[in-house]
Design a protein around this ligand. Structure first.
Ligand code: UD1
Ligand code: UDP
Length: 368
């Protein structure tokens, strides 16, 4: 079969790394990079570090408002799909690239596979929530990382071709760990920190960065904590931090975004993760690092139920208090599958993936 995979943002390159390898063992994959992320530290570094194949098409869409960015993607992806006429379009997660890919494919009656389907924060002010809901409702094969995700879809009436496969990010993490293990001392020396004696922080969600009070609350918390903080700064955040004139205390190290293997090494040796990232919440759990999530809700509710992840929002005092009162739970049961999700996703492409929406869509397309 011919499969067009759409990627564009950092977490999608990471997920694609394992799926792409498996897909190419059996199928013809055309990898499309929308260009949503384009700096070397946000894009190229993952293609190099994760041994991803070079994109077959680079659409160069770049940054912009949601409408403008998604609109450009829709048009550019449609060109690729008309030329390639694939059997499936595969989209990942919840970014504007996911939305652009799902919309373009649905208008051409091409069956859609959604990897990481069914997640919900139930907060429609998040652009990601809109993207997930739309992508799920347009998809023909829905590959879920958790039972919660399967249930979320059922509540919205989506029950056909829904499969629990686990999380492909666990597959990638296991792959990366084999490369990172043993190299931590050199890595920590490079960043000037010691094992278990620093906090790893990331902040990039628009709900935090685009609200001056929230971002100040978080940044002040970092300054208040008297412990080294390694903070790889997303370009969105970097821009706003410099505009607001934030002055980090000497223990807060603002660094450029790092490659995935460095990130796994830095996270695995940290005392604590402080983040609003979706991916990092799970990686912290799998690596046995407690996490404080700088949000008031999460899609990864199981990590919170396990006691390893705590929602702390954006207020300085609440974050600082939580940082100093971390208690490690006694157990860490397996979550989000067994690390073989990519294989299951690719298996399902061949079997049990009868398109549910395509008859209607073909009728519609033919009538135009
Ligand atoms: C996007 C996703 C978010 C995901 C995140 C992963 C959407 C709506 N959001 O958010 O779900 O968690 O990616 O990191 O799709 N920029 C650069 N260089 C780059 C990329 C971005 O400077 O290579 C700057 C630009 O100023 C841009 C801003 O970052 O406007 C935001 O980038 P964008 O891709 O729109 O959203 P993210 O915040 O990265
Ligand atoms: N990540 C990385 N380098 C960084 C920051 C994050 O490799 O400097 C990885 C992180 O380990 C995780 C993924 O990027 O695998 C998460 O991406 P991000 O936080 O941008 O997006 P989200 O998961 O919130 O959608």
């Amino acid at each position: 079969m011919k499969i067009v995979s759409i990627v564009g943002a950092r977490p999608q390159f990471i997920k694609a790394a394992v799926i792409s390898r498996k897909l190419r063992e059996r199928h013809n994959e055309i990898l499309v990079h929308t260009g949503q992320h384009y700096d070397y530290e946000m894009s190229g570094i993952f293609f190099d570090g994760l041994e991803l194949p070079k994109p077959d098409a680079s659409l160069g869409v770049g940054s912009g408002s949601h409408g403008s960015q998604t609109g450009k993607m829709l048009e550019a992806i449609e060109h690729v799909l008309l030329a390639e006429r694939p059997d499936y379009v595969l989209v990942y997660g919840d970014t504007n690239s996911t939305l652009g890919g799902a919309l373009a494919a649905s208008k051409l009656s091409i069956p859609i596979v959604h990897v990481e389907a069914g997640l919900r924060s139930f907060n429609r002010r998040m652009p990601e929530e809109i993207n997930r809901v739309v992508a799920d409702h347009l998809s023909d094969l829905l590959l879920c990382p958790s039972e919660t995700a399967v249930r979320n879809l059922a509540v919205e009436g989506i029950t056909q071709n829904v499969h629990l496969v686990g999380d492909v990010m666990l597959d990638v993490l296991n792959w990366a760990k084999r490369r990172v293990d043993g190299n931590e001392p050199a890595l920590l020396a490079r960043f000037g920190v010691s094992r278990q004696a620093y906090i790893l922080a990331t902040v990039h969600r628009s709900e935090n960065t685009d609200d001056a009070a929230k971002l100040s609350g978080i940044l002040n918390a970092l300054n208040t904590i008297k412990e080294p903080v390694i903070f790889p700064v997303h370009p969105r955040t970097r821009k706003i931090i410099s505009e607001m004139g934030f002055r980090p205390e000497t223990h807060v190290h603002l660094i450029d975004p790092v490659g995935y293997l460095d990130m796994v090494g830095l996270l695995g040796s940290a005392r604590l993760a402080l983040t609003d990232s979706g991916g990092l919440q799970k990686e912290a759990y799998w690596l046995g690092v407690p996490c404080l999530t700088l949000r008031n809700e999460t899609e990864w509710v199981e990590t919170v139920e396990s006691g390893w992840n705590t929602l702390v929002g954006h207020e300085t005092s609440r974050i600082a208090q939580a940082v100093h009162s971390i208690a490690l739970p006694n157990s860490r049961p397996p979550l989000y599958g067994d690390g073989a999700a990519a294989e299951k996703c690719v298996e399902l492409l061949g079997f049990g993936a009868e398109p549910v929406n395509s008859a209607e869509r073909t009728e519609y397309a033919n009538s135009r």
